[in-house]
Design a protein around this ligand. Sequence first.
Ligand code: UT7
Length: 332
Amino acid sequence: MRKVKISALGCYTPERVLTNFELEKLVATSNEWILERTGISERHIAGPEMATSDLAFEAARVALAQRGIDASELDAILVSTVTPDMMFPSTACLVQNRLGARKAWGFDLVAACSGFVYGLTTGAHLVGGGTHQKVLVIGADTMSRIIDYTDRGTCILFGDGAGAMLLEPLAETDDANAGFLDFLGEIDGSGGDSLYMPAGGSRLPASAETVRDRKHYVHQDGAQVFKYAVRKMYEICQNLLARNGLTAKDVGVMIPHQANRRIIIATAERLGIDCEKVVINIERYGNTTAGTIPLAARDALQSGRLKKGDLVLFAAVGAGYTVGAALWRWAM
Ligand code: UT7
């Protein structure tokens, strides 16, 4: 497999910000409780005119502009999302059309909060296999559309956002050690009913009853997901580092999925990764599902915490359950 690098990164969050104080008016909660139990202070919410493909398109535009290329150069577009504009066509098709990416093929990938890590790995293999030169991987979710704003256990957690990374072969001028290094994934369907949206698919198509029973919203057993996430995020990272002959000390920057600040801190502590190396921006965005990892990478780049040559550990656990971790050496 040839070496693959991340050559551009673009993100988008809608303008509207929903604060904890506003949520206090919707459900029996408090700013203090949300901050202490999750680390979240505010999240961005898409206006009624926007859908997931719009967030994805905006993030893609930023990434392409950063690299200075036209969308017609893209070979493939992969969109990780659990909130597509509609069941079909795929969000990838909608984004391809809006971008004018004439020669790109692509598809949507459903892996919830692990979606971006899975998409990045799939894209890396397309480029690494030698058949693709430029693959755009997008993580985008409009979670506000499937959140029940009468359920205090879920409505405080999620926000809307998108991020895109462009993947290309490593150039001769790049450090030969940079780019994609390894990935480990795991799925465990036995945890499917801990976090899911019951209706709207072929099992329970939309009906007056499903709407009445609020089955088109996210249903979650928060405590169950929390315990699973803390255990599996640690395990997958530990196994990935070990099989590469690495330890926590070798990690330059850890960019985890942002579901709960306590999950992230507990994982980092168990791994023995210094908290200063762990990117946490959940305070401003909440959990944007497939959008969290590129948003965190963007913030880390902008603040100077993520630099060329850093060994980056991406990690996520999400609905499914889905679990994934990847090692990259940053090349930008
Ligand atoms: O990306 C994967 C997606 N999801 C996750 O990773 C979520 C993982 N889970 C979590 O983040 C946490 O479980 C939550 C933030 C959802 C809940 O926090 P917790 O510390 O696990 O609370 P809990 O569910 O154990 O509930 C403790 C108490 C309960 O009250 P009682 O029964 O002790 O009287 C809840 O009813 O806190 C109550 N509670 C709240 N109180 C104020 C639950 N949500 C709220 C709230 N405000 N928003």
